[in-house]
Write a protein of this length. Structure first.
Length: 206
């Protein structure tokens, strides 16, 4: 059992979705408009996709380096998806929260469950497609992967939809702008939860 990390300052927003639901686009838009929020950049052993940049979208590292960091206990969470490893470095998150930033995570449900076991006060948001048919269409439009890989992604995505039941919030991503507004509103509301403002409230009421 890992030591709980819930005493680290800063609000943690953990966003998950089945592949093709649009969570990466939503997260990027929210990060652009909320200056106090920072992105938790995951490590991965896969190659960059078109338009992705090392150190901005992911830390692209070798499998050997990833496995060494697993052995060193450097990851808060990690998982293997479609033959590639993904993980969140503890040191990155601690550096951001210690600096007073809130942190946005873009992780799959397995990673989210691991984060939930360690960060008691994190907020969990699941992005859903308008329908399974739309999800399949979005995956097909990517066109960057072989049919067998695409089929595996769709099957997994269909299964992951069921994970929504344990998240705090759900967003149906039909219109991107509206989904961005909802995620931003969740963040703002959570920042103003009474229990998160205990210190300030105590100063007022004595």
């Amino acid at each position: 059992m890992k030591e709980a990390l819930s005493d680290i300052p800063g609000l943690l927003i953990v966003v998950s979705a089945p592949s093709g639901a649009g969570k990466t686009t939503i997260c990027k838009e929210v990060l652009n408009i909320v200056p106090e929020l920072r992105f938790s950049i995951s490590c991965t052993t896969r190659n960059p996709r078109k338009g992705e940049t090392d150190g901005r979208d992911y830390h692209f590292i070798t499998r050997e380096e990833f496995e060494t960091r697993i052995s060193g206990g450097d990851f808060i969470e990690w998982a293997e998806n479609h033959g590639h490893l993904y993980g969140t470095l503890k040191e990155d998150v601690e550096a951001l929260t210690a600096a007073g930033y809130d942190v946005l995570f873009d992780v799959d449900p397995r990673g989210a469950k691991e984060l939930k076991s360690q960060y008691n006060n994190a907020v969990f948001v699941f992005i859903l497609p308008p329908s399974i048919d739309v999800l399949k269409e979005r995956l097909q439009k990517r066109g960057s992967e072989k049919d067998a890989v695409m089929k595996a992604r769709f099957e997994r995505a269909s299964q992951e939809v069921g994970e929504v039941v344990w998240y705090d919030y759900a967003i149906f991503n039909d219109i991107i702008d509206e989904s961005v507004d909802i995620l931003k509103s969740i963040y703002k509301a959570e920042k103003n939860r009474r229990e998160r403002l205990t210190g300030k409230i105590t100063n007022i009421i004595g």
